[in-house]
Design a protein around this ligand. Structure first.
Ligand SMILES: *[C@@H]1O[C@H](CO)[C@@H](O)[C@H](O)[C@H]1NC(C)=O
Length: 358
């Protein structure tokens, strides 16, 4: 009887682990094969070799790029080099990234920038840059003011909060307020890996302002990119492990109400919203297994998608660019300015393209 019970228990545990492995591989789209889609008029940007994880573009064509992310379990080509914010002027005929200076008093040696978001204060046209930072693998939000004449960022404050233990990305909604995604429930690296493996949908979205901080959405496997519609009515959230984009209505008390979920066949990372059309652009990971288990003989590829009319019954999803890693590995963001396309990556290069049409 005891033996039978033991055998049964082992069987149950093996079945459970087996089922989790299959689901885990499925969530990572580990077997997905890629059909390349090339674009003419593209080149990799000089000077970016160790990541360009997130990008945001001002209405005047200045693009901010967060470079040099070091993230647990993810490849880095410059593990000992501090991260930086680069600026690229997309109105230049041949744009070249320049590193922004950061004001004294900010610890640049531990700078590890991740998601970013710009905010223009209508009162005086001040430009603020919100940056998710991971100094010593913790999570903070750094608030900077951009001083264009000096190509500099003036550090205003560091925000830490118990509800923001593992921030991935954010969208600014005021000069000192934002929505942010937490990509893990556990902070401990091993527990965080286990959480991903078990498929716990325990990550969330937080609204932050100096007066109020609260959870506004939850139940994501791995909440990642977040952005806002041009009319400021809807918030878009990418769940990278669940291959989808959640659309939520923003209420006057900053709470969010679910509207719909757009299911996709790829791991959606950061979201960019084109301000005139409202189209959503994303850098995606076609095969998450290759991203999380880096193997230089079997590189993760890149995939750029555009979503039009997400609120309609039949949104149009277009694969704009697909590469097997020979040019670009691990695309995490795609932004457009007019007909210029900029694709960033978690730890690799950045691609600049001039599109014939959109
Ligand atoms: C990746 O794509 C390039 C160009 O399309 C091709 O030459 C190369 O053989 C491909 N590599 C692999 C590993 O499939």
């Amino acid at each position: 009887m005891g033996k039978l019970l033991t055998v049964t228990l082992i069987g149950i545990i093996l079945a459970f682990v087996g089922e989790r492995i299959i689901r885990f591989r499925d969530r990572l789209r580990s077997s997905r094969e890629l059909e390349p889609i090339e674009l003419p008029n593209c080149h990799v940007l000089k000077g970016i070799e160790a990541g360009s994880e997130d990008i945001d573009i001002l209405p005047n064509g200045l693009a901010f790029i967060s470079a040099g992310l070091r993230y647990p379990g993810i490849q880095s080509f410059a593990p000992d080099k501090p991260g930086e914010i680069l600026l690229l002027d997309l109105t230049d005929e041949n744009p070249v990234p320049v590193q922004l200076k950061i004001s004294h008093g900010f610890d640049v040696d531990s700078f590890n920038p991740h998601g970013i978001s710009t905010y223009i204060d209508q009162k005086d046209d001040s430009v603020y840059l919100f940056v998710v930072n991971h100094p010593q693998m913790t999570s903070t939000v750094e608030l900077f003011k951009f001083v264009e004449e000096e190509n500099a960022l003036v550090h205003l404050k560091t925000i830490r909060h118990d509800l923001l233990p593992s921030i991935n990305d954010l969208i600014a909604v005021g000069p000192d307020s934002f929505y942010a995604t937490n990509d893990h429930y556990f902070i401990n690296h091993i527990m965080a890996q286990l959480e991903k493996f078990l498929g716990l949908a325990w990550t969330n979205v937080i609204y932050y302002s100096p007066k109020e901080v609260k959870e506004v959405a939850k139940g994501f496997y791995f909440a990642n990119g977040i952005n806002i519609s041009p009319d400021n009515k809807y918030i878009y959230i990418a769940d990278i492990s669940d291959h989808n984009i959640h659309v939520m209505k923003k209420n006057s008390d900053w709470s969010l109400t679910p509207v719909k979920v757009l299911q996709l066949d790829t791991l959606v990372d950061n979201l960019f919203v084109e301000p005139t059309t409202g189209d959503i652009w994303s850098g995606c990971h076609p095969n998450g297994w290759k991203l999380f288990f880096h193997d230089s003989d079997n590189l993760p590829g890149s995939e750029v998608i555009r979503v039009q009319d997400i609120l309609s019954e039949n949104p149009i999803v277009t694969q704009v660019y697909v590469n097997n890693g020979s040019v670009l590995q691990a695309s995490s963001v795609a932004c457009v300015y007019g007909r210029k396309l900029l694709v960033g990556t978690v730890y690799h290069r950045a691609l600049y393209c001039e599109l014939d049409e959109l």
